[in-house]
Design a binder for this molecule. Structure first.
Ligand code: SAM
Ligand code: SF4
Length: 361
């Protein structure tokens, strides 16, 4: 029987983001500007066996999309191994008829695996990475069974890239994008956090990049999730401004798909050029009412919202000898506590103490 995780507001939880590590080799100023805190003891981190075990339970509870993230997930050695294990949660059931209409997120996953199969259980296994390790390892990720990849790229200019990420490796990340493409990890999504005074002048250039390389460009509003706690409202470039900047050079057509729980509003180029635009505007156009996400941190804490100020230690529960049924009961109880919305725009907003690199973006 198919189960669904529901929160107390009736939202179905289908999407789990798993942070594999809070370590990172970049120093993005909007995330981890002052570097990492002292390394937490290894025993506090979930092992691959524990991640596999809890992900299987989450999938049994109705999770359809798993995204591996971090920190920089590819800093974790042997990430291909955990991908090989998690991909087994995708259960092929029946050949697809050519005419069968798939839901959008499922259609995205199929070409890379086997476009003749339909899956139950896990539908989509994705990874978000800064791209640094991809030139050598993209093919291995594909071979391990990864469906999709999202690569962060905040600037197309060497100086701005260095200034935003703390590392002078733009060419390497661009080579990583190419390697992912060559490995067949398509469709590729590119994430750019747009921050006032840094890269808002590049928005239309990114759109040109999407057209030229046939990638799905995702523009993200800067959120108060930086470890330096220096976020200010004035730094946010709104989704609306991003849309206007692109449209001034490349007219856009809204993509007519059910948005469902998708975080982005999506557009195609009106002239039919390849590529796609998505705008993720959690600050100025909150989409909490349709949120289907929860997160698991590298040290095994469930976070029910990016902006949660409390965490729930699944790690302690599994290490405390809980049975599978007890773990299920615990997860269902935690999900019922999911916040109705974020409070970024309320005067009393308190930013979470952990940055995006810990929470798992
Ligand atoms: N290290 C990987 C990367 O950068 O792609 C994965 C983890 S990172 C935390 C995931 C995503 O969160 C990245 O696309 C990053 O740009 C985004 N992010 C981090 N801090 C953010 C912030 N304060 N506001 C908006 N997006 C942020
Ligand atoms: Fe590292 Fe990703 Fe955070 Fe940049 S956004 S510091 S690459 S975790």
């Amino acid at each position: 029987m198919n189960r669904t995780l529901k929160d107390s507001y009736g939202r179905s939880i289908r999407d789990l983001r798993v942070s594999l590590t809070d370590r990172c080799n970049f120093r993005c100023f909007y995330c981890l500007p002052h570097g990492e805190p002292p390394i937490a003891p290894k025993e506090q981190m979930l092992s691959y066996e524990e991640i596999e075990y809890v992900c299987a339970i989450f999938v049994e509870l109705g999770i359809e999309k798993l995204r591996l993230t971090g920190g920089e997930p590819m800093m974790r050695r042997d990430i291909e191994t955990i991908i090989q294990k998690l991909v087994k949660l995708k259960v092929p059931v029946a050949p697809l008829s050519d005419k069968l209409q798939l839901v959008d997120h499922a259609r995205d996953t199929l070409p890379s695996v086997d476009d003749k199969l339909k899956f139950v259980g896990l539908l989509d296994l994705a990874l978000t990475t800064n791209g640094y390790f991809l030139p050598d390892r993209a093919a291995g990720l594909k071979a391990a069974g990864l469906d999709r990849i999202t690569i962060s790229l905040d600037s197309l200019k060497r100086d701005t890239f260095k200034q935003m990420t703390g590392v002078d490796v733009l060419d390497r990340v661009l080579a990583g994008i190419e390697a992912a493409k060559n490995a067949g990890l398509q469709p590729i999504k590119i994430n750019a956090v747009i921050v006032r005074g840094h890269n808002e002048d590049e928005v239309a250039d990114f759109a040109a990049f999407a057209r030229e390389h046939d990638v799905k460009m995702r523009f993200i509003e800067f959120m108060p999730l930086d470890s330096g706690h220096e976020w200010s409202r004035g730094d946010v470039v709104s989704g609306r401004e991003i849309r206007e900047r692109i449209s001034a050079r490349f007219p856009l057509t809204p993509l007519k798909v059910e948005r469902g729980s998708e975080t982005s509003t999506r557009y195609l180029f009106a002239d039919g050029a390849p590529g796609e635009i998505g705008i993720i505007a959690p600050v100025t156009e909150a989409f909490c009412g349709a949120c289907s996400r929860i997160r698991l941190t590298a040290d095994g804490q469930i976070r029910t919202c990016l902006f949660s100020t409390v965490e729930h230690s699944l790690r302690d529960v599994i290490r405390g000898g809980a049975t599978r049924d007890e773990i299920i009961e615990y997860i269902e109880g935690v999900v019922m506590k999911k916040e109705p919305r974020h409070y970024i725009n309320d005067p009393a907003f308190v930013a979470p103490s952990r940055s995006m690199s810990f929470i798992g973006g």
